[in-house]
Design a protein around this ligand. Structure first.
Ligand code: GDP
Length: 621
């Protein structure tokens, strides 16, 4: 977790009070460095500063900055982003005091650091994320915890997955993020950690520390949050909790039992053993850490999940980080806006108000936001719309800048006659599958040719996507979503290709072949004609012969054919024979009848349509 970012839990925020407006030295009235006088030299920190920007702020050369970083054991280039801690070390050495940039522009609410008067801060539930290696039992554990609330006398009932839930233990709620890390969801996991106060690291006692355990641990450490180790599958005969402790101690997680600081809890998610102890440890940590927020302000928080629901439109699960979200509030989420129509939890209970740390599924949004987006509530509709539209234009600007860059790159690329990237826009119905797809596509590399995902988001394919695709020479991939007729028309006009899928691996296959095509685009399939099957005859030894009528173009003897039934391709192959009456012929043209067989395919039916095509060599440009 970056310090100074929005994801910083409130309990850390009051440490750094709003910087007082101080004299900001200008280049002209400051002695040319060297002076280690700390009195007035202020370095203003903004998130994601790179080496060059920091060097400028500290008024030293890039080379000097890089040298200083090397002194700290960091090899960095001029454009590399450096974290706040490192900047602070160097700034102090240069005699600067580091202060966070004070943002007053309300359209940048997501970067704002809300600081409340400590007396307004009230206790809030901890937000917990479960991480660990695949198959170590994250899902089972989240499920066991969810079911534990029945014991507390809460409604058992049917739960729906909304991405987060709360359980009450000893009268106190605990919030769990219900998206266990999966290998393909690294990005989501990284985001998950930002709205997290405590990480539960699940390690299977029979398997020990595995690669993703270490990865998860690194995320948790970066987020600077307390870690609880849940040693799972203790019901198994092969369980070896000591081994887990030894292996994790080597990574710095020394168990309390061994005099260290990390709590280890032995559990069996499957047998629901040790769950209460785990919840107790969470509450103990909450007591110590004193997680707090101000409920008496307009809400601000993060999107955990978002999707397009067939009946309810755009739906998003939000976690309120500070303030109270109310139905009827106007909210800006990411770059979209809306008015909170309904709020419900994973038990489908309705709420009028959502308090800090409370996960809630809201409807009433105009578009589907993205997981990880920040939201903020406002009372004024006009203002909300203005903020959203100004953020939208800002996003468009940045996207266009990127696009310009890509086109420039490709211009240079063309000079070397190589285009190494296939630009893609991904639209889908749920964030999870989009992330998985993006990860999958970005991994494809065919002799250096790869995919560049220009945009990926939840929601239907819009005109905006078509415009971006046109500008960036991208193709649009729709996964379980479709464009409206108007958008389709727009795409046709602009010559933008939209491909629709419902099976993820098909997309990967197609993209791979497209990239191979970029490697050697020597052949192209040209459709030459169509014929309609009017009769079929079974001929022993030969198979089925079709009596057909050529409705369009020409059917050639060496054609590749597709059998279409009700517009769906049921077979692809080659012609086995082509005849007019009894004679073999080379081709049959539109308006004539013919007879043919298809190699290795006898299931031809009356009414089927045959599409004939030929591979034609095309020029490589
Ligand atoms: P995830 O990939 O980390 O979410 O793991 P899952 O929760 O899907 O669990 C992987 C497998 O381990 C499943 O077959 C579970 O039934 C099994 N499993 C999870 N927890 C336990 C446990 O406490 N004991 C035993 N014996 N099996 C478990």
């Amino acid at each position: 977790m970056r310090e100074g970012s929005d994801f910083m839990p409130q309990y850390n925020n009051h440490k750094k009070n709003t910087p007082k407006k101080k004299f900001e030295p200008r280049k002209s009235n400051v002695p040319k460095r060297e002076s280690k006088d700390t009195s007035e030299k202020i370095f203003t920190y903004k998130p994601d500063m790179n080496v060059a920007q920091v060097a400028e702020g500290l008024r030293i050369s890039n080379a000097a900055m890089i040298k200083k970083l090397m002194g700290l054991g960091l090899m960095a280039s001029v454009n590399q982003i450096i974290d706040r801690d490192t900047i602070e070390v160097i700034a102090i050495d240069e005699g600067f005091k580091v202060q966070d940039e004070v943002i007053t522009d309300v359209t940048r609410f997501d970067e704002m650091n809300i600081v409340d008067d400590p007396k307004d801060m009230k206790k809030r539930p901890p937000i917990v994320t479960v991480m660990g290696h695949v198959d170590h039992g994250k899902t089972t554990l989240l499920d066991a915890i969810r079911k534990s609330r029945v014991v507390e006398g809460e409604a058992g009932g049917i739960t729906q997955h909304i991405g987060a839930y709360q359980v009450v233990r000893n009268g106190e709620p605990i919030t769990f993020i219900d998206t266990p890390g999966h290998a393909a969801f690294t990005e989501m996991r990284a985001r998950g950690a930002k709205v997290t106060d405590i990480v539960i690291l699940v390690v299977a006692a029979d398997d020990g520390v595995m690669p993703q355990t270490i990865e998860a641990l690194d995320h948790a450490k970066a987020a600077k949050v307390p870690i609880i180790v849940a040693v799972n599958k203790m019901d198994k005969a092969s369980a070896n909790p000591d081994r887990v402790m030894t292996e994790l101690s080597e990574k710095g997680l020394i168990p309390e039992a061994w005099g260290g600081k990390t709590p280890y809890v032995n559990v069996s998610a499957l047998k629901k053993m040790g769950i209460d102890e785990l919840l107790d440890v969470i509450q103990l940590i909450s007591e110590i850490e004193e997680f707090k927020a101000n409920p008496n302000r307009l809400a601000k928080g993060t999107v955990i999940e978002a999707s397009l629901d067939k009946g309810r439109g755009a739906v998003a699960t939000l976690i309120v980080e500070t303030g109270t979200l109310k139905t009827g509030d106007y909210i800006v989420i990411g770059n979209t806006y809306g008015k909170v129509r309904t709020m419900q939890d994973d038990l489908k209970r309705r709420y009028q108000e959502a308090l800090p740390s409370q996960p809630i599924e809201v409807t009433g949004l105009n578009e589907v936001p993205q997981a990880g987006d920040i939201f903020m509530a406002f009372t004024d509709e006009r203002l909300t719309k203005d903020i959203a539209s100004s953020r939208q234009s800002k996003q468009k600007e940045t996207e266009l800048k990127q696009v310009k860059k890509t086109s420039l790159d490709s211009m240079f690329g063309q000079m070397e006659s190589t285009e190494k990237e296939l630009n893609i826009i991904i639209k889908g119905d749920v964030q999870g599958s989009i992330e998985a797809l993006k990860n999958m596509l970005e991994k494809i590399d065919i002799n250096g040719f790869h995919v560049n995902v220009v945009r990926s988001s939840v929601g239907a394919i819009t005109e905006n996507d078509v415009t971006l695709a046109n500008a960036s020479n991208a193709i649009i991939i729709g996964f379980n979503v479709r464009p409206t007729a108007a958008v389709k028309q727009e795409a046709d006009q602009q010559g933008v290709e939209i491909r629709l899928y419902s099976i993820i691996y098909r997309i990967a296959e197609d993209i791979e072949s497209a990239l191979k095509g970029m490697l050697a685009p020597t052949f192209e399939e040209i459709v030459t004609g169509q014929a309609e099957i009017r009769e079929t005859f079974k001929v022993s030894k030969v198979g089925t012969i079709a009596g057909a009528y050529v409705t369009d173009g020409v059917i050639k003897r060496d054609a590749l054919v597709r059998v279409l039934r009700n517009g769906i391709v049921v077979y692809e192959g080659k012609l086995g024979s082509l005849k007019r009456f009894k004679d073999d012929v080379k081709e049959v043209r539109q308006g004539y009848e013919c007879g043919f067989s298809i190699e290795n395919y006898n299931d031809i039916k009356i009414g089927d349509v045959i599409e004939a095509s030929q591979m034609k060599e095309v020029e490589v440009d």
